[in-house]
Design a protein around this ligand. Sequence first.
Ligand code: FES
Length: 108
Amino acid sequence: MLEWVKVSENIGIKEAFIKKVKAGNRHVCLVGFEGKIYAVSAQCPHAGGELAEGWCKDGQIICPVHRYQYDLKTGRGAKGQGDYIDTFPVEVREDGIYVQVKKRWNLF
Ligand code: FES
């Protein structure tokens, strides 16, 4: 089951940004790049680098640790990497930015 979670107030998307935000019980990396907002995995699958500390170039997010690159739209790793990051739907609403993630049940 999927749910939309508000992860941020509305922030201008003219300036590029990358920040780690909480979406339900997980962290995601929220990225503003070239007028669009993306939400992707917070951690690099290679060795756990923090993607929010990386940077973007040519539609890719680049991990700061070993500079692996991932497509912001599809999550696909650059040629030869053989890996990928998760991507999540994003909606900019009047009251903030929402990301769609899998709902996790809180049993307690
Ligand atoms: S941890 Fe991200 S490229 Fe190695």
